[in-house]
Design a protein around this ligand. Sequence first.
Ligand code: PAN
Ligand code: ZN
Length: 191
Amino acid sequence: MSDVKPFVLDFDLVSGFCTSGKVKPTQRRVSDMVAQFANETAARAMVEGGDPLLYEFYGLDLPEDDSGVLQFGTTILYPGKVGEEYFMTKGHFHTILDTSEIYYGLSGHGMMLMETPEGQVDWKEIGPGEALYVPGRWAHRSINTGTEPLVMFFVYRGDAGHDYGTIEEKGYRKLVVERDGKPAVIDNPKW
Ligand code: PAN
Ligand code: ZN
């Protein structure tokens, strides 16, 4: 068991930021995930046009080898599109595949796109006051389908680990794009 002492952190309910600055978020820009967007040409043009920030998320300095630890924080995913595809997170499986995760919507509106290695696919809308359960084995990607930042609090087993490689190589089976001003889930033509 790890020797972590009790502690308190502040996360603003609307912005999602730790306003005291006790912890700092990791930032991901379009340049960090050009190949993950269906329209890579549009993504490259956005990188050249200023490389906008897609999202920020907190990871705490907690032991990563202890199944008793819970990792937690917020994800702040900005609104916008690359081509017709909404801003999204990279998405990942957990390295310990059967570890689950809870997300709780604080502000903004979006979707969680999920799939299993066997090819089951699901997506759920998430907004303020809604708790979303991502079961073990389900890769998960957050997508901002709204006009405000999508802010969610998350908790998962601290030793779960992140497998980004599988998603980076193959992408998701589905994409979430804007069609007629509304979100639509379509087949990924690259899959
Ligand atoms: C979250 C995610 C966070 C950023 O903490 O790590 O939303 O998304 P990516 O890790 O896909 O870039 C989580 O699901 N942790 O397990
Ligand atoms: Zn996760």
